[in-house]
Ligand binder design. Structure first.
Ligand SMILES: [Zn+2]
Ligand SMILES: [Zn+2]
Length: 322
């Protein structure tokens, strides 16, 4: 339910053809792709373009998200209703946070009215300014600027409050902190329409990985601590975190070969997700196989309002690409 296919604009990193080939190799028959391409997917025409390219080149079904704000600039809402009609399955400025709370309120109010999810990347920009990893023992040891858990928690708290105020559907992307898990849990208990996902790297790896893997372990939100991993796994276990996503975010090797300050954020994940789910969640007994599969199939499809991801009578089969 959350991948970056990089086309149009960044074809040196990935294309819809190569990204969906990775998805198919990893066992996924449908992917939902983010809007932070160049140009940004922020008009109904651009949604149609993604469907057009996918029809020609994709090896799986592709469902595009539109952006919440024009050009991801954070200052003006897009034509979400028009993009919805063109086939957008939700809206996200993923990669950046919409820092203007009034705009987020308006986006969530439209979500309440029209029934689509607003998918949020939660990092307070001022608190994570210049950060290349998690703030903690390792960042201090390496002398690198770190982003505190509070940068994520503050925006998760804000957006849950705005979802509560408007009745909109908030989906929290890539939950990485213990605090965010608890905020989503409390929101759900209060009846807020909030859903959440977590990615394999955030429930397997800690920020100590930066010392071993360098820029390959550089991503936003960053790898955190064992305490956070334990909380995210508990969230997956008790249903606070509804879905498992990859946040598949490829870059060219020469881009990742730059230093920690210059290299872009992101890690790939489509080909490794299913085995990691089985090794790290099912085998240790955190989830049953059926629960784990639901978090990658029927639950994400349900969050996005897509009639897929189940084998029930009347549901679309994923073996065709219609
Ligand atoms: Zn993100
Ligand atoms: Zn992403």
């Amino acid at each position: 339910m959350h991948v970056h296919l990089r086309e149009p604009g960044f074809e040196h990193k990935e294309t819809i053809a190569t990204g969906t080939a990775a998805a198919a190799a990893g066992g996924f028959t449908s992917v939902a792709c983010m809007a932070n391409t160049s140009p940004v997917i922020d008009t109904p025409e651009k949604i149609e373009q993604i469907y057009d390219i996918a029809r020609e080149t994709a090896e799986t079904n592709v469902f595009p998200f539109g952006s919440i704000t024009k050009n991801l600039a954070g200052d003006e809402l897009t034509d979400m209703q028009g993009m919805r009609s063109a086939g957008a399955v939700g809206f996200s400025d993923d990669g950046v946070t919409v820092m203007n709370a009034a705009l987020m309120r308006d986006a969530l109010a439209l979500s309440a009215e029209l029934g689509f999810p607003i998918m949020v990347h939660c990092e307070e920009h001022n608190l994570n300014a210049g950060a290349v990893m998690n703030l903690g023992e390792t960042s201090r040891k390496l002398g690198l600027i770190g982003s505190p858990n509070a940068a994520e928690d503050i925006i998760v708290a804000r957006d849950i409050m705005l979802a509560e105020m408007t009745g909109g559907h908030l989906h929290v992307l890539h939950v990485s902190t213990a605090g965010a898990v608890e905020l989503v849990r409390q929101g759900k208990h209060r009846g807020v329409h909030v859903t959440a996902e977590a990615c394999p790297h955030h429930w397997i790896l800690t920020d100590a990985e930066i010392e071993k893997q360098g820029t390959n372990a550089k991503m936003h939100p960053p790898l955190r601590t064992q305490t956070d991993i334990d909380a995210v796994i508990e969230g997956l276990r008790d249903g606070t975190i509804d879905a498992i996503a990859t946040d598949h975010a490829p870059h060219a090797p020469q881009e990742k070969a730059q230093g920690m300050l210059e290299a872009p954020n992101g890690i790939i994940g489509l080909e490794t997700c299913v085995p990691l789910v089985f090794t790290f969640l099912v085998e240790p007994g955190h989830l049953t196989a059926a629960e784990a599969i639901a978090k990658m199939t029927s639950i994400p499809a349900n969050i996005l309002g897509i009639n897929r991801g189940t084998l029930s009578i009347g549901a679309a089969g994923d073996c065709d690409s219609n």
